[in-house]
Design a protein around this ligand. Structure first.
Ligand SMILES: [Zn+2]
Length: 79
């Protein structure tokens, strides 16, 4: 049995929405030519649903592994 590491995600403590953002520092990566998050802070998080600052709670995410290839979710972007 291989035990996959449990995933978790931050949610708003007030409304339990996962539509949240964390306050963070970003560092400029010269080679990639983009900002990369260097550090995030649990304090100063922002909830889009509450439209204000919030506190993050970390909750486990139930992601069942896709074990069969159903073709029910073929959402290709047809031009
Ligand atoms: Zn919220």
């Amino acid at each position: 049995m291989c035990e996959a590491k449990a995933k978790e995600k931050p949610v708003c403590r007030r409304c339990k929405s996962s539509d949240v953002m964390a306050d963070a520092y970003a560092e400029w990566n010269v080679e990639a030519q983009r900002w990369e998050v260097a550090n995030t802070f649990d304090k100063g998080a922002f909830c889009n649903r509450c439209d204000g600052e919030t506190t993050l709670d970390w909750v486990p995410v139930d992601t069942p592994e896709p074990d069969d290839d159903d073709e029910t979710e073929t959402e290709g972007e047809v031009p």
